[in-house]
Design a protein around this ligand. Sequence first.
Ligand code: ADP
Length: 153
Amino acid sequence: MEITLVILKPSAVQRGIMGEIISRFERKGIQIIGMKMIELTDEMLSEHYSHLVGKSFFGRIKDSMQASPVVVMALKGVDVVNTVRKLSGVTNGRGADPGTIRGDYSMSIQENIVHASDSPETAEIELRRFFSENEIFNYSHYLIPYLYANDEI
Ligand code: ADP
């Protein structure tokens, strides 16, 4: 099983749709094994968005991500990194497919509701950035036999 990191951005927190987004992951059969509300620091954001630091809009992204606390989540499942990226939709909410989180809730490139890790390697680094070991809970998920066939896990 893989673990991935999701951030419910200020655009989700302020619009009061955290519960709706979390429900989507739960209903899909993805296990939530860590979740907390935090304020993102300048340092965290410069690391997290290091690929965008040189862009003209980086300052705007930082302000947007610090506009309110965010919720960081650790999600577990088979191929969960790729699955959660698909559930999230492409970066620009206006172009994201209907049925995806961004496609259903966002009209913006910047205010696009969620962050989701883009590869298992990135997920590992990002999870370590936002969670300490004792904040990830490897508890039994009793629905596993109803979520997967034996040979899938
Ligand atoms: P993704 O979040 O889909 O993996 P990126 O890593 O390219 O996309 O960008 C990180 C975040 O930076 C995006 O989710 C979005 O909030 C913001 N962003 C990306 N490109 C732009 C842009 N051109 N203008 C404003 N914000 C942007």
